[in-house]
Design a protein around this ligand. Sequence first.
Ligand SMILES: [Zn+2]
Length: 176
Amino acid sequence: MSEISDEWTDHDCIFPEVAIEEGEGELQTGMKVLVPCPQCGETPLDHLEWSEHQASESQKALLEAMPVRILYHWAPAARRKQIIRYGLRPRSRATTSSIAAPVICLADSPSWAWALSGEQRNAPSGEWDLWQTRLDIISEPLVLPGTDRLSGIYEVRTTERIYKRHLWYVATRIKA
Ligand SMILES: [Zn+2]
């Protein structure tokens, strides 16, 4: 390997924030911008594109390694009738505010799915139903990798409906 390629791979890029000294056009004086990594010259935008590429590659790898995975979703039992009738429809996530768009979130174990939904502090108490489906029958899945998860999957999200024929009711538990 040449010296140059070592330089490219052996560090985590940093993008120093600098204040614009003399404004021009859309850049106003005092505005802060990120400048390229001083070590390798990579721009913040290239870095973002590279990270997105890495994320989509690892999603592809996870899907290829094991396309058939059982996934779980907890929903308040008040929605059971609707789910039995219409399946799971994407809705704005009630338990966290980090995702604005309507989405269905699933995880590959009941306990992890619970940690991400029912166990959240602002999730309603009472009866919750556990629903089971499979990754390979979900439309447009977004697989979020999780390196500290044994399965390699943190969460799976979809903005598409999951049909009732693809859902199986597992059990109900009570959140105190
Ligand atoms: Zn760099």
